[in-house]
Design a protein around this ligand. Structure first.
Ligand SMILES: Cc1cc2nc3c(=O)[nH]c(=O)nc-3n(C[C@H](O)[C@H](O)[C@H](O)COP(=O)(O)O)c2cc1C
Length: 318
């Protein structure tokens, strides 16, 4: 999980508290200082993008360790140039008068949302505090994006280098090729994040659910496997676990709750996920997670990709 105080004006880390109360782990990159998030949810995990110089990346990893991050997630699949057919939302460089005028029609079309910000007398800021070194200036979203664009793509050697800087559990997120899962483990990953970034990166990309069993097979118990992408209800969690994931992450689902109703919205999303998952467990007659298996599913022929089907797929890096 990551983000966003920008979509709801509530206390900056109310959602972090909610996730802690629900005993959920939270993954964090962007809009709130990681140090503040950890205060409200000691289960928070710092998520790193390969952006900036080695010194800057070293500083960020140092910040994560000093703040007490339980693990480090390195997201390797995100492309700074996202060629989405439907485009991407405009991210203004700063919240100046010109931007305010530009976004006034959008704000006025959502009066309740706008009013809640006005009541707090605080507009969302457009900075990315976790891209800074923790002491000095904080880049704006646009500056962080430019930094990311200017950074050469990471290699497996870079991942080994990150491993040398981080002593704790390390997840490589954005894997959907079994060979890449193996290589990530060889480079020191203790967890594999099977994900296609929620389909937000590359149009027509492979569904990570189809790739999951082959990756589970390749990993052969040598790393934990997390799955994300399209998890909206308990049944989606169940299917991912049945296909071999150890955990599932949610990206948009909780963000929808946060946007609609702040901390309470997040709580309701989590409660809905939990209750639908419990009902499925009841329906299939399982008492514990360890009883879930692929036998619980009717998997259409060809849905799950055999290892041999991956040969021609693009690889995340060299
Ligand atoms: C608005 C938004 C922001 C995201 N930011 C990040 C990020 O900073 N780091 C990251 O690893 N993944 C990020 N993701 C991808 C999610 O971590 C996750 O892989 C994806 O959303 C899962 O799909 P789902 O949204 O269908 O659950 C983001 C996704 C969305 C929708």
């Amino acid at each position: 999980m990551d983000r966003y105080c920008r979509v709801h004006p509530g206390e900056s880390c109310a959602w972090a508290r909610r996730l802690r109360k629900d005993q959920l782990i939270q993954r964090h990159t962007t809009s709130s200082r990681f140090e503040d998030v950890v205060k409200d949810n000691s289960n928070a995990i710092y998520q790193l993008y390969w952006a900036g110089t080695r010194d800057e990346i070293t500083q960020r990893i140092g910040r994560a360790a000093a703040a007490g991050s339980k693990a480090l997630i390195v997201t390797m699949d995100a492309l700074p140039i996202q060629a989405r057919d439907w485009g991407s939302p405009v991210i203004p460089a700063q919240l100046d008068l010109k931007t305010m005028i530009q976004f006034t029609p959008m704000g006025l079309s959502r009066p309740g949302w706008l009013l809640s910000y006005l009541r707090r007398r605080k507009l969302p800021d457009l900075t990315v505090p976790n891209f800074g070194d923790g002491t000095g200036s904080v880049p704006t979203m646009a500056q962080a994006f430019m930094q990311w664009l200017a950074t050469p793509l990471p290699t497996w050697k870079d991942l080994e280098w990150i491993r040398s800087l981080w002593q704790g559990p390390l997840m490589v997120k954005g894997i959907w090729h079994p060979d890449d899962a193996r290589r990530a483990i060889d480079a020191g990953a203790t967890a594999i994040g099977v994900s296609n970034h929620g389909g937000n990166n590359l149009d027509s990309t492979l569904s990570p659910l189809c790739a999951l069993p082959a990756i589970v097979d390749a990993v052969d118990g040598q790393a934990e496997i997390s799955f994300d992408g399209g998890v909206r209800r308990g049944g989606d969690v169940f299917k991912a676990l049945a296909l071999g994931a150890d955990v599932t992450l949610i990206g948009r689902a909780w963000l929808f709750g946060l946007s609609a109703n702040g901390e309470r919205g997040v709580s309701e999303v989590i409660a809905a996920l939990r209750s639908s998952f419990d009902k499925i467990m009841l329906g299939v007659g399982h008492n514990s997670l360890s009883e879930i298996s692929i036998e619980d599913l009717v998997v259409p022929e060809g849905f799950v990709l055999e290892r041999s089907a991956f040969g021609a797929l693009p690889r995340i890096t060299t």
